[in-house]
Design a protein. Structure first.
Length: 296
């Protein structure tokens, strides 16, 4: 069973989801009808799903990206409506993922507060993409702790000219101990269009320069984590950049990972992550409500 936990989904609306709409009040998606993608967008996503299934992936996480923080006034869950529009495939699991890109303007908490629990609950996976030293520290120390708003994935901007923060051993070990994983998106390794929103915010590079930056930063991630708590995802926007799971295993083994550890990054580690993500909705990682069985 192979996992791709980062399949980007296009925004809905002329101004995107991260732009507040003037003159409109709060629009809770739980009460209103879900927004639907256009027929052309759905066909494009269906084609990508067919390609992923053909390559061997059986668990696919659609990724919705927001900037700075979750704002209940203009946040809309676009994945609820998308899942209903997609054709069901036997043996293929669809997941919903929320990624928050954090920068200097992100407020403490990033919108992951008890007041916004109803906005976060529909998502299966929560991910944080820090771009500053402060937000990276908060992601590792605070938001990796078990809670209903736990973020289990820390996605690193590997295509920037250099990482905007130091990967301190203390922060990395604490995050892994709390159950978080660090994500490596392989699209940057082959020069694909990746992390476009992060590049726009941080003034990063693209093309050959981004590819060179990715390899340098990814080696540093492997060195600090020692191969523990790593997952590999796609974050691919073009169909030509998709690769089969075993090709990805061979690719990231060039970073210095043993072959078995590189294989687990898209299988066992990703599976363990999804199990922990489900415990986010229960009390202190209890998978189900215990039942008392009286002996006869």
């Amino acid at each position: 069973m192979f996992f791709d936990l980062n399949v980007p989904v296009p925004d809905i609306g002329p101004s995107g989801l991260s732009q507040p709409k003037k003159g409109k009040g709060k629009q809770p998606q739980a009460q209103g009808e879900p927004l639907l993608h256009t027929l052309g967008q759905v066909r494009a996503i269906e084609a990508r799903i067919d390609l992923l299934v053909h390559l061997g992936y059986s668990v696919i996480a659609f990724n919705q990206t927001v900037h700075k923080k979750i704002d209940p006034k203009n946040h809309t869950n676009i994945l609820n409506g998308l899942i209903t529009q997609l054709k069901r495939r036997q043996g293929v699991v669809f997941l919903k993922r929320l990624t928050i890109i954090l920068d200097d303007d992100s407020e403490k908490g990033f919108g992951l507060t008890n007041a916004n629990t109803s906005l976060v609950d529909p998502y299966d996976v929560i991910s944080l993409a820090p771009t500053t030293a402060t937000t990276f520290s908060l992601a590792c120390l605070t938001h990796s702790l078990p809670s209903p708003l736990t973020a289990h994935i820390i996605s690193l901007p590997l295509s920037l000219p250099r990482l905007p923060f130091q990967l301190k051993h203390t922060l990395v070990r604490t995050a892994i101990k709390n159950g978080a994983v660090f994500e490596i998106n392989y699209a940057g390794a082959i020069g694909g269009e990746v992390e476009a929103s992060i590049v726009q915010i941080s003034g990063g590079e693209s093309g050959v320069s981004a590819k060179r930056n990715w390899w340098a930063a990814a080696r540093e991630v492997v060195r600090v984590t020692k191969g523990k708590g790593l997952v590999v995802s796609g974050d691919v926007t073009g169909e030509a950049d998709y690769r089969a799971p075993r090709d990805i295993t061979n690719l990231i083994s060039l970073l210095g990972l043993p072959q078995n550890v590189a294989h687990d990054a898209s299988t066992a580690t990703a599976k363990s992550l999804i199990v922990r993500c489900h415990t986010r909705k229960t009390y202190r990682a209890v998978l189900s409500e215990p039942k008392l069985v009286m002996p006869k």
